[in-house]
Design a protein around this ligand. Structure first.
Ligand SMILES: O=C/C=C/C(C(=O)O)=C(/O)C(=O)O
Ligand SMILES: [Fe+2]
Length: 295
């Protein structure tokens, strides 16, 4: 069993580094910590970065999780290899590029590239947010997979993930610590990053950003609304090259695993995704969410 300690970063390719960075800074509000000719690193909390852009082809390159130490990394490498996955150990230059000490990479059963890292660099200085979006931390990441049940089997067989809630066969929200979910899998045609989430410090922040995004002509995918699963008030919006960002406030904690009963939401129900029943064009690539398509 591989024990994930936390989410680490999303690494995304971009064909237009300038525009990708401009959006992440001026619109999302992240701090640009480092920028080279072909790289940019953005920060939302004490992680060195939670989002990096690599100049080249657009699209997610990897989603990363933190392990405790190099022995755990070696164990993970062995377990995944035994299970038939091709595991690559990052070399020194690649680790430096990710601001971690060591890492391995593999593809999940659907082709999502996952990196497991050790010693992601910590930056103790307060984040110098580019705008007052109220971001408190990188909250969760959400992968696409054509078979959410199989994805759940993979993540719970090899990792310390537990399902918190199901949304039919369309989504599985999983936790590895008391936060309701820091990782989710949504049904999609293939691999991909459904969205990355930033927690904000109040409902006011969500609502202020809603106005800010509209004033700036940003495509709102869904929200403001409230998810019945985590109880969080959310807002999804589309960045350049299809990268979806989410702000949310008020995610549920599950402090007593034994007391938690996994729930099953029917995606066809009108408030399965949003208790406020607002309009959506979120995850248009995911017709498997009929409750979304219906509105
Ligand atoms: O579509 C349902 C989404 C649920 C949640 C939540 O309960 O907070 C998410 O954050 C999500 O996976 O986007
Ligand atoms: Fe989310």
């Amino acid at each position: 069993m591989i024990t994930i300690q936390d989410i680490a970063y999303v690494r995304s390719g971009t064909a237009d580094l300038e525009t990708a960075v401009g959006f992440a800074v001026d619109i999302v509000g992240l701090e640009l910590v480092e920028r080279t000719a072909d790289r940019a690193y953005l920060r939302a909390d004490n992680r060195h970065h939670c989002l990096s852009f690599v100049a080249g082809e657009a699209g997610v390159l990897a989603s990363a999780f933190t392990l405790a130490d190099e022995d755990r990394l070696a164990d993970a490498e062995a377990e995944l290899s035994r299970a038939g996955f091709t595991v690559t150990r990052g070399d020194k230059a690649a680790a430096v590029d990710r601001h971690v000490r060591e890492f391995i990479a593999f593809e999940d059963p659907f082709g999502n590239v996952v990196e497991l890292v050790v010693d992601q660099k910590e930056v103790p200085t307060p984040v110098n947010f580019a705008r007052a979006a109220g971001i408190t931390e990188f909250g969760h990441l959400c992968l696409d997979a054509p078979d959410v049940r199989a994805a759940h089997r993979f993540w719970t067989k090899h990792f310390n993930m537990k399902v918190s809630d199901w949304i039919g066969d369309a989504a599985c929200l999983m936790r590895f610590d008391p936060v309701h979910h820091k990782m989710a899998v949504f049904k999609g045609a293939g691999p991909g990053l459904c969205h990355m989430n930033f927690q904000v410090s109040s409902i006011d922040d969500v609502m202020r950003s809603w106005h800010f995004l509209q004033d700036n002509g940003i495509e709102i995918e869904q929200g403001p609304g409230r998810h019945p699963q985590s109880g969080a008030v959310f807002l999804y919006f589309k960045g350049p090259e299809g990268l979806t960002y989410e702000y949310s406030y008020g995610v549920r904690r599950i402090d007593d695993d034994n007391a938690w009963r996994v729930r099953y939401f029917d995606p066809a129900e009108p408030d399965a995704i949003d208790m406020w029943r607002g309009p959506t064009n979120r995850c248009a690539s995911q017709p498997q969410l009929p409750g979304l398509a219906a509105r």
